[in-house]
Design a protein around this ligand. Structure first.
Ligand SMILES: [Zn+2]
Length: 765
């Protein structure tokens, strides 16, 4: 052989080995399959519902519960579905927290074993992304089914000609003919057989795959199943589940398809030995392939309905011809429903031809069987459909069928975090940096406000009088509801309302979302509006502010407009409140270290005479003991208006306790650090309490502070005295570290807080 040729031959050999490895569809014997069932029972004892459940959970991560110790939690879980809906898809789908919780709730019934004679209809308005959702889920299911974890197996018969024929042609001929009649009543008897026999090399066996993708487990006679599995499976926990959980009822109740069943009996008649019959039973990987229509069938409204009871699918024909080892011209026929037994049957929008398809499902879903001539075919499929709310009339509403329908609402996004995810996906992650923190969220909240019911009974039941929250929230509490939809319980809620936020009330509020999101700005509207807004206001050196949002949305925020009338003002007010808290906290946390230092120095200094210079043993600060040193700290602890007598008294008292108890007892005997002593703790708490009340006051009155903020990061900043520079630097630093501000946006928000006198605005509350 020429060397070049040899290279080619080797390459093809390697390729073929890889293809074989990846294909993994080579049938293997029944004993091997049973060994697999003993080793991996969780995977083998699994119908389509259980498998779909496993798939959904294997592509979904549950993020940390925001309130793990909440006794009223309703497990409104922060699922992360990016691997399920986004990763590796042509078009990502973004399901909000409400939808995903709703969806996972339904999916979990798949493992609870409620008999699944039903169709799941995903109902949502135009542009909600429902077809993207279904496409992506089906794609992931297909992928999952190709992994080891997602493997499932179907029955393949290998009919050994020699064994069956005992050397004579007649029995084999009879059997194969009978089989053909079963599979294809229309086939001309005898003719096909002749054609098959005239093929090149006659194979040892004829391979017939179960057209209903039955699990080989079902070939075990029902009467023997319990004992057989009991002896087979070593895993006691699994066995307990298998024998007692409703989800495994099918293992004991379901029968194989009529073809497998009659084949089994026919073989038993001929061979007169179950052992010999099982020698012909093989298992092979179930293939789910939407494009080829194997195991997953998706019908579009425009797809014409096949009028024949049985279908001969050319795709499968060619597949089978390559799989069937004898390459004979067996016509493999099946009802179009058999193909999705143990699979997924999906109808995209219920209109045009899909109306008829949907109506045809009536009997199948109710009974779980489909009549093919006089044969009853099992159809245990996962049925999905999509529909727009206005097409409900196309859904035949005979009562018996209505009971079989589960509607899963898939409205426009109602959770602002998800809405932002959509913008980031389209316009890029960098959009965030052109907005002041929280302003992007607020854009999303305005969009969502148009999609909510203006009035909420559930919210009003929880908080009958919303006026107490006038500065944080709109009259209808939509802002509060949006937080709840996003899984947030805001800190501005009163203790009482927080306590009253019971599981029952939460469920009611979340349930209201099913009747929302079908109005207001559509998914497409919001993307168009975001684009328009972003193009108009995005600047390199000036972040997007609330004022810009106000300008842009002005025309929508009026009586009768899509955004409720008082919503924007409330949003703005909540924004003011929130940024004020951020600025306060940023100053306050800086002070925490500083306060601790001051108190330690004070506790040390009270033991010395005025005029001395001492190095503090706790902080290593060199202290010049002066009246001023005492006074500054005492005023912070006792209040600004405390007089000299009170302060001196206090100082004496502190010194006494420090000497007799703190130092003598707690530090020297008990070995506590100063920060853990009672005296330190009480001074620290009083200091903090006073400070929190007035944290901004000294800064706001100081014009120097405002200009220092303005000059931060410029040459001019160096001209301010050290104290102010330190305060401003730490404020800006904390706003960055804690709340995600850039240097520029931190300056911007500080000036906003000062210039709008927000401290004053909220002081009256
Ligand atoms: Zn079968």
């Amino acid at each position: 052989m020429e060397p070049e040729n040899e290279i080619g031959v080797r390459a093809v050999e390697r390729l073929c080995a890889k293809i074989e490895e990846r294909g993994r569809r080579t049938p293997f014997g029944f004993p091997e399959y049973i060994a697999l069932a003993a080793r991996f029972p969780e995977r083998i004892f699994r119908n389509i519902f259980q498998m779909f459940y496993d798939m959904m959970y294997s592509y979904t991560d549950v993020e940390k519960d925001e309130y793990p110790d909440d006794p009223e939690s309703i497990k409104y879980v922060p699922y992360n579905c990016s691997r399920l809906f986004e990763l590796g898809t042509d078009r990502p789908f973004f399901g909000d927290r409400l939808f995903v919780n709703r969806l996972m709730g339904h999916i979990s019934s798949f493992r609870r074993g409620i008999r699944q004679n039903r169709i799941y209809i995903f109902e949502g308005p135009h542009g909600c992304g429902k077809s993207t959702f279904l496409n992506n889920v089906l794609m992931k299911f297909e992928k999952y089914s190709a992994t080891d974890e997602g493997a499932s197996f179907e029955t393949v018969w290998r009919l050994n000609r020699k064994l069956l024929g005992n050397g004579t042609d007649s029995t084999a001929k009879y059997l194969v003919e009978q089989l053909r009649n079963m599979v294809d009543p229309s086939a001309q008897k005898g003719l096909n057989l002749e054609a098959a026999r005239s093929g090149t090399a006659e194979k040892q066996y004829l391979e017939i795959a179960c057209p209903s993708h039955d699990s080989p487990l079902l070939l075990i006679p029902k009467a023997n199943r319990r004992d057989f599995f009991n002896e087979l499976i070593p895993d006691r926990d699994f066995k307990h589940k298998l024998f007692s959980h409703k989800q495994y009822e099918w293992v004991f109740k379901d029968s194989p398809c009529t073809i497998c069943q009659s084949l089994y009996h026919a073989l038993l008649d001929i061979l007169d030995s179950p052992a010999k019959v099982f020698e012909m039973v093989y298992a092979r990987r179930n293939l789910f392939n939407r494009r080829l229509g194997i195991g997953i069938s998706v019908s579009n409204p425009g797809d014409r309905i096949e009028r024949m009871h049985t279908v001969n699918d050319e795709h499968i024909q060619s597949q089978l011809n390559s799989i069937l080892m004898d390459g004979s011209k067996v016509r493999y026929l099946y009802s179009r429903y058999a193909n999705t037994n143990n699979g997924i049957y999906a109808i995209m929008d219920i209109k045009d031809h899909n109306k008829e398809r949907f109506a045809n499902l009536h009997g199948i879903i109710s009974e779980g069987v489909h009549k093919v001539d006089c044969i009853e075919e099992n159809v245990n499929s996962l049925f999905f459909a999509l529909t727009n709310p206005e097409d409900r009339e196309n859904i035949s509403d005979t009562q018996s069928f209505a009971d079989r329908i589960t509607y899963v609402k898939i409205p426009y996004v109602l959770d602002f975090n998800t809405e932002i995810k959509i913008y980031r996906n389209i316009f890029g992650d960098q959009i965030r940096k052109y907005f002041l923190p929280r302003v992007l969220e607020n854009f999303a909240k305005i969009i969502i406000s148009s999609r909510l019911n203006p009035h909420s009974t559930a919210m009003a039941e929880w908080i009958p009088d919303s006026s107490q929250y006038g500065v944080y929230c709109d009259r209808n509490l939509l802002l509060l509801k949006m937080d709840i939809y996003a899984g947030i319980i805001p800190s501005w809620l009163s203790e009482e309302d927080r306590k009253n936020f019971t599981a029952k009330k939460r469920r009611k509020i979340i349930a209201e979302s099913e009747a929302e999101g079908d109005r207001g700005f559509t998914g497409r509207d919001s993307i168009r509006m975001f684009n328009e807004f972003y193009q108009a206001y995005m600047k390199k050196d000036k972040p997007i502010t609330m004022a810009m949002l106000s300008l842009y949305f002005k025309k929508h925020c009026c009586a009768g407009g899509p955004v409720p009338e008082d919503f924007f003002d409330a949003l703005n007010s909540l924004y003011d409140y929130t940024v004020l808290q951020e600025v306060k906290e940023s100053l306050y946390y800086y002070n925490e270290e500083n306060i601790s230092r001051q108190i330690q120095n004070y506790l040390f200094a009270v033991n010395f005479e005025i005029g001395q210079i001492q190095k503090c043993r706790y902080t290593n600060d060199e202290l010049k003991i002066t009246e001023e040193l005492f006074e500054t700290i005492e005023r912070k602890i006792l209040g600004h208006r405390s007089d000299e007598a009170r302060r001196k008294n206090f100082r004496l008292e502190v010194q006494n306790i420090y000497a007799s108890k703190t130092l003598a007892q707690e530090i020297l005997i008990e070995g506590k650090p100063l920060r853990d002593t009672q005296l330190y703790q009480s001074l620290y708490d009083r200091y903090l309490h006073n400070l929190k009340e007035n944290v901004l006051a000294p800064f706001l009155k100081n014009d120097n502070f405002r200009s220092a903020v303005k000059d931060y990061g410029t040459e001019g900043f160096k001209t301010y005295d050290e104290r102010i520079r330190e305060d401003v630097s730490l404020l800006v630093g904390n706003l960055g570290a804690r709340y995600g501000y850039t240097q520029n946006s931190a300056k911007e928000v500080c000036l906003y807080v000062i210039d709008n006198d927000l401290a004053q605005k909220f002081a009256e509350q």
